[in-house]
Design a binder for this molecule. Structure first.
Ligand SMILES: Nc1ncnc2c1ncn2[C@@H]1O[C@H](COP(=O)(O)OP(=O)(O)OP(=O)(O)O)[C@@H](O)[C@H]1O
Length: 485
């Protein structure tokens, strides 16, 4: 969808390593720094492209930049800086990175999709405030609940963001989450799209409370693994709860995806019950791409809406999908008796298609960062060695079929080398069903398998033995790279 009148300034080859750009209100500086190729080597010690806000205000997906502070955007970042009041940015590319960037300004800012995103935020915030006030002073018929009994207190807005491929769903979830956090709320954010990882590795479904700032500099803009405790203490650290799906797309094992999202929803609802602040802030759900007419994809959205008791469905970038979902949910109500409101919003025309190569590199980078850290905190994973008999590894069947076992015990083989395995919060004596649907403690990567000596070498972010935690060997992401090379 193109937005009439959007004045795009064509990308310009940078003539010097340092530039200053001015953005008018509602302008965006859109940029892309390709992943590093072996043919490219930076001519300086700069880790990426540095940006400094010298005047005005600017934000990345809702998180504000501090004036006069240098922010380094790393290779593998495709994003934008947005300003609502106008700003001046100083861009420094002393490393000579192959930066592609452009300024996008809207001659009629009131028609910018950002205005509808901001309005959505304010509408949700009103809902959050009303919920918080009600939780503070519950009406008489709900007061009994605080001491047990009475109806369940209603949580804040539960918002599911959906739409076709690369329309900016994750960016909008990040944006709404960051704005809520800025207002002092602590929303739960959950990701139901295994292709991406939210504070976890790709291949997982996860959720976390966002009560602190998002990391503006990391390529995933605050949703990446470097914002988890594994990367050390920081202002931006969040504790995710993750389930290991181990496949790229929900459609590859719908049954497991349904059971996992159901479990994730139960735990999110439990969080609401236990934490009044989180309950007031509600939930933001990121989802996998779904097109208009895609019945199977819409079934999965319907499943998520019911499990998470969603009362707002935000459809980005497809009027037709909005109509189809509006028809689907028109007669449905949440368990609190609320209608399910379906809203259609334009996509930002800056949201770009992420090609397979870029996605693969991002997956590799996330895995690398999980074990070795990023530029802010280098990590030294521990190399451990164990006999075949010490590790209990399970694998899901390649092609799930009705009645198939959820997991099968497998022998350790050389094919396992370089794969990342999930360490489950379960016991090796638990049933395959319990292991499959338990949450993830962490990940290890298999470094070497010595069949003759029946020993396996692996990297782990923490020292100590795996004890009796079972491991799951997923079907995706495949080991694209040798982490030890
Ligand atoms: N206005 C914008 N200007 C520049 N880049 C943007 C803009 N909006 C989003 N992007 C970038 O476009 C890419 C795709 O956006 P995003 O990941 O939010 O889309 P998505 O719909 O969640 O994708 P997917 O369908 O793969 O889940 C991301 O790299 C994001 O940072």
């Amino acid at each position: 969808m193109s937005i009439p009148g959007l004045g795009q300034i064509a990308p310009q080859a940078p003539t010097s390593t340092q530039r200053t750009i001015n953005l008018r209100p509602f302008g965006e500086w859109r940029f892309s720094i390709p992943h590093q190729h072996s043919t490219f080597s930076s001519n300086s010690s700069a880790a990426g492209v540095t940006v400094r806000l010298v005047a005005g205000t600017a934000e990345r997906d809702g998180t504000e930049l501090t004036p006069h502070k240098d922010y380094t955007f790393l290779p593998g970042t495709k994003s934008k800086l947005f300003t609502d009041q106008g700003c001046t940015l100083e861009i420094n590319n002393t490393g000579g990175y192959p930066l592609e960037d452009r300024v996008a300004e809207h001659p009629h800012p009131e028609q910018s999709p950002m205005v509808s995103y901001i309005n959505l935020h304010f509408a949700l915030q009103d809902h959050e405030r009303a919920t918080a006030a009600q939780l503070q002073y519950p009406p008489p018929h709900q007061q009994g609940r605080q001491g047990g009994g009475g109806p369940r207190p209603k949580p804040g807005p539960r918002v599911l963001v959906c739409g076709p491929y690369c329309v900016g769903k994750t960016s909008l979830v990040k944006y709404l989450g960051a704005l809520a956090t800025r207002m002092g709320f602590q929303p739960l954010v959950a990701n139901l799209n295994p292709t991406d990882g939210l504070l976890s590795l790709p291949g997982t479904l996860s959720a976390a409370v966002f009560g602190t700032l998002m990391d503006v500099e990391e390529p995933a803009g605050g949703f990446g693994v470097s914002s988890t405790p594994i990367s050390g203490p920081s202002q931006t650290v969040k504790n995710p709860l993750a389930f290991y799906f181990g496949r790229e797309k929900a459609g590859e094992d719908v049954d497991t995806w349904r059971q996992m999202t159901e479990r994730l929803a139960v735990l999110c609802m439990r969080k609401f019950e236990r934490n009044r602040d989180v309950r007031a802030a509600g939930l933001l759900l990121d989802t996998a791409p779904v097109e208009a007419g895609d019945k199977e994809g819409q079934e999965l959205l319907g499943w998520a809406v019911r499990q998470f008791d969603v009362n707002y469905v935000v459809v980005l970038g497809s009027e037709q999908l909005k109509t189809e979902l509006w028809q689907r949910f028109a007669s449905e109500k949440t368990t609190f008796g609320e209608p399910i409101t379906v809203l259609g919003l334009d996509k930002s025309n800056g949201a770009v298609q992420i090609d397979k190569g870029w996605r693969q590199k991002s997956t590799e980078t996330a895995i690398k960062e999980y074990f070795f850290g990023g530029i802010k905190a280098r990590l030294s994973p521990f190399t451990q060695s164990a006999s075949f008999d010490e590790l209990v590894v399970f694998k899901a069947p390649e092609e799930p079929y009705e009645g198939a076992p959820v997991l099968e015990r497998v022998e350790i083989t050389p094919e396992m080398a370089h794969w990342t395995l999930a360490v489950m919060i379960a016991s090796v004596t638990d049933s395959p069903q319990a292991i499959r649907f338990s949450s993830v403690l962490g990940f290890i990567v298999i470094a070497d398998v010595d069949v003759e000596r029946r020993r396996v070498k692996f990297l782990s972010p923490v020292s100590g033995r795996l004890g009796n935690h079972p491991l799951i060997w997923g079907r995706w992401p495949e080991p694209y790279l040798n982490l030890l090379a």
